[in-house]
Design a protein around this ligand. Structure first.
Ligand code: GDP
Ligand code: MN
Length: 374
């Protein structure tokens, strides 16, 4: 999951990284008000997930609150890489003497994090890599030992950073590494990391990619908007859920079975609305939650539940299905296939409640697609 700039900056603040004061605004009037509060000059910044906002006209300097309002109006009219701009971050402008690039990401081939620094920041790092690869400096980080201060010093020294900046920059690097580990990120990036004429350092932008399967406990405010609300709910119950764009809700146990079910539904002319794996040995509560989740998606016109009971018990699954139906008064058609451990007990439970299990996956896929069309 990729955070927006302002969300990433909130995480930066938690580890003590220097972030210029700023506030969100959703209209030109708000932008003007915020600019008055912060004191001009300010920078008006589109909050969209895309990078390269500067080039797309989504980052503008304003010398007065009135001008901040005007720039806000311009930027709120933009669509950047397909994403309409709805929100702005207004920050106190920083005077820039130099711009550095600083990032930490996972180097999968080396199986460890890598620290990346370039004295040519402010522009796209991919572009720097193309035009002047020699200005990009990297150092691997031992996952066991962490980042040693001497590694940072020698990296900065090799990059030609003025000696007087090595200490304050090392402090920023250490804090960024803390953010990387504490929030279990895949990538953290400050570009640009600005140096002011008086030698202060400021993180003017943030890029943060978190691990969807290992999100930090305390997420920054506003992050719900980035994560699909259903995906967020699924995580709480240890359900693997991915929203798709069709109308057939799908629940199964085991990623392979769920994928095969998606294919089968597609094959008989249906379009899956989601992938949902309840995993092995699921409880009745998980099954109930899974069904509640899927039917709460307004796109879902019917649900196919395909369970192969091994460690997962069919009677337990049936109990969850029935509990969800009772609680929610599920109005869309439901097709269930239950085979394996305690299959008979599961079927009996379902039948007693008026849900007739189908005998095979193929039959189930066809049935749900027919029911939706009817
Ligand atoms: P990006 O284009 O999406 O990476 O957005 P950034 O937040 O990195 O902003 C783009 C550029 O705007 C930066 O590289 C800076 O050159 C410039 N910029 C951002 N904040 C400030 C600021 O406070 N003062 C000045 N002078 N320029 C800024
Ligand atoms: Mn940037």
């Amino acid at each position: 999951m990729k955070l927006l700039e302002y969300q990433g900056k909130r995480l930066f603040e938690r580890v003590g990284l220097p972030v210029p004061p700023g506030e969100l605004a959703e209209s030109p009037e708000q932008a003007e008000e915020v600019a008055k509060r912060l004191g001009a000059p300010v920078v008006v910044k589109a909050q969209v997930a895309a990078g390269g906002r500067g080039k797309a006209g989504g980052v503008k300097l304003a010398q007065s609150p009135e001008e901040a309002g005007q720039k806000a109006e311009e930027i709120l009219r933009l669509t950047i890489q397909g994403e309409p701009v709805r929100r702005l971050l207004i920050t106190q402008a920083v005077e820039i003497e130099r711009e550095y690039y600083l990032g930490i990401t996972l180097d999968r081939s080396q199986r460890r994090p890598v620290l990346i620094f370039s004295p040519q920041g402010g522009v796209d790092i991919e572009e720097v890599a193309r035009t002047s690869p020699e200005s990009i400096h990297k150092t691997p980080i031992s996952p066991l030992e962490g980042l040693h201060p001497y590694q940072v010093r020698s990296l900065l020294f090799a990059s030609g950073v003025p000696p007087g900046e090595i200490r304050p920059l090392s402090d920023v690097v250490a804090k960024l590494y803390r953010a990387f580990t504490e929030f279990r990120a895949h990538l953290v990036e400050i570009n640009p990391l600005a140096v002011t004429p008086s030698g202060e350092l400021w993180a003017l932008d943030s890029k943060f990619i978190l691990d969807d399967d290992d999100l930090p406990q305390e997420l920054p405010e506003g992050i719900e908007e980035v994560l699909d609300p259903l995906e967020r709910e699924a995580q709480k119950y240890d359900l693997q859920y991915v929203k798709l764009d069709g109308e057939v809700g799908i629940i199964g146990n085991g990623a392979g079975l769920v994928m095969a079910t998606l294919d089968l539904v597609q094959l008989v002319g249906g379009r899956p609305a989601n992938f949902l794996d309840i995993g092995g040995g699921a409880s009745a509560e998980q099954m109930q939650k899974a069904l509640e989740l899927v039917v709460s998606d307004p796109d879902v016109k019917g649900v196919f539940i395909n369970i192969f009971g091994g460690i997962t018990r069919c009677d337990v699954v049936a109990q969850g299905i029935l509990a969800a139906r009772e609680k929610l008064d599920v109005s869309v058609p439901l097709v269930v296939r239950l085979v394996g451990t305690n299959e008979e007990a599961g079927r009996r439970r379902c039948e007693a409640a008026g849900v007739v299990p189908v005998a095979s996956m193929e039959e189930g896929a066809e049935r749900i697609v027919q029911l939706i069309r009817a």
